[in-house]
Design a protein around this ligand. Structure first.
Ligand code: SAM
Length: 327
């Protein structure tokens, strides 16, 4: 049995949010009013998450990304990461972080056998970092990046959410960064998540970014796709150490190849990031369901997967905040 949807897409990638809490408050992620954090009891326990991942592996899940909220603030996260990375059948385990705790925990990450990470960094300027994230912590994130790089973690992807009028003067600086460091910069198109008019005001296409970079550095060199690429279209500058990717989730959506399923911190399965449809798995698990029942729910969630994301003309396609879903 495999996780294959109505349109014959095979899902092998599970994104797992382990907390809805975060130590930053980025404007595109925690949109709208301050929300009430979920109670400790409403969040899946690590054993429950490991059970769900194991059920997923039996159905063909081979890739897991841990996210949040900020995953590194959850207690005992490093022993959990170690448990996940040792699950037989997984080929790729990684996490996404805002980088604040990277420097302090870089050896814990190495010990947990996590080889690849994504770090969110939308600006190379400390003052703009405050405007985007609400905290004066740019240097701390940068120190974390350098510590991870020095410890041999590779690849380190830099997630840059592109926002008109906010970081559109930094495309060239991010491109230039790849000439000096082996970072994989990923420009991500802003997505209409949560209640906010940010999308209407700030959205910018990845084509615009690519053109800006090419106008200064010349034609980008396309890179061959490899199995752990995800949806990014990848390029490099001549003689660069790193690479540049574009995730055009909106302008040229890649729904036809989407292989993802998401598990929220409170135990709901979501088959499409931009849809509010979900299945509550936590309640079933706490009622004592079997591993077969969990597999049935994973299959049911996959059957909800729409052919592509809906309502993109609406300023809000998904009413839930990204911090609660996990990006
Ligand atoms: N706290 C971690 C971090 O900052 O990377 C992990 C959680 S965060 C929700 C995961 C990813 O979602 C980040 O790379 C972030 O940039 C992305 N993200 C959040 N809201 C987004 C939005 N509205 N559009 C595009 N990407 C978004």
């Amino acid at each position: 049995m495999r996780l294959i949807d109505r349109w014959h897409r095979q899902l092998n990638y599970l994104r797992v949010s382990i907390t809805d809490r975060c130590n930053l408050r980025c404007i595109y992620c925690q949109t709208g009013p301050v929300f009430h954090k979920q109670n400790h009891d409403d969040i899946l326990r690590y054993e429950e998450i490991l059970r769900i991942i194991t059920a997923g592996i039996a159905l063909g899940i081979t890739k897991v990304r841990i996210t949040g909220g900020e995953p590194l603030i959850r207690r005992n996260v490093f022993s959990f990461l170690k448990d996940v990375s040792h699950l037989p059948g997984l080929e790729d385990v990684s996490f996404t972080t805002n980088g604040l705790l990277l420097e302090r925990h870089v050896q814990d990450i190495v010990a947990a056998k996590i080889q690849r990470i994504n770090v969110s960094l939308d600006t190379l300027k400390a003052d703009k970092f405050i405007a985007i994230s609400g905290a004066d912590r740019w240097q701390q994130v940068w120190n974390g990046l350098i510590a991870a790089h020095t410890a041999g973690i590779f690849p380190i992807k830099l997630n840059v959410v592109a926002m008109k009028g906010l970081n559109d003067d930094e495309w060239l600086a991010f491109a230039d960064l790849t000439r000096h460091y082996p970072f994989w910069v990923r420009f991500i198109e802003l997505m209409p998540v949560g209640h906010s008019d940010l999308y209407a005001q700030r959205w910018v296409s990845s084509d615009t970014i690519k053109k800006t970079i090419e106008s200064k550095f010349g034609k980008l060199i396309p890179l061959e796709k490899h199995v752990h690429d995800g949806p990014a279209e990848r390029f490099k500058l001549n003689d660069s150490k790193g690479e540049i990717g574009f995730i055009h989730a909106i302008s040229h959506h890649f729904c036809q190849t989407c292989n993802r399923l998401r598990l929220t911190a409170n135990g709901c399965l979501r088959a499409c990031l931009l849809s509010d449809q979900q299945i509550d798995l936590k309640t079933l698990i706490r009622q004592g369901c079997s591993d077969k029942d969990i597999q049935q729910q994973l299959i049911a969630a996959v059957s909800l997967k729409p052919i592509s994301h809906q309502n993109l003309d609406s300023p809000i396609a998904c009413s839930e905040q990204m911090v609660r879903i996990g990006g």
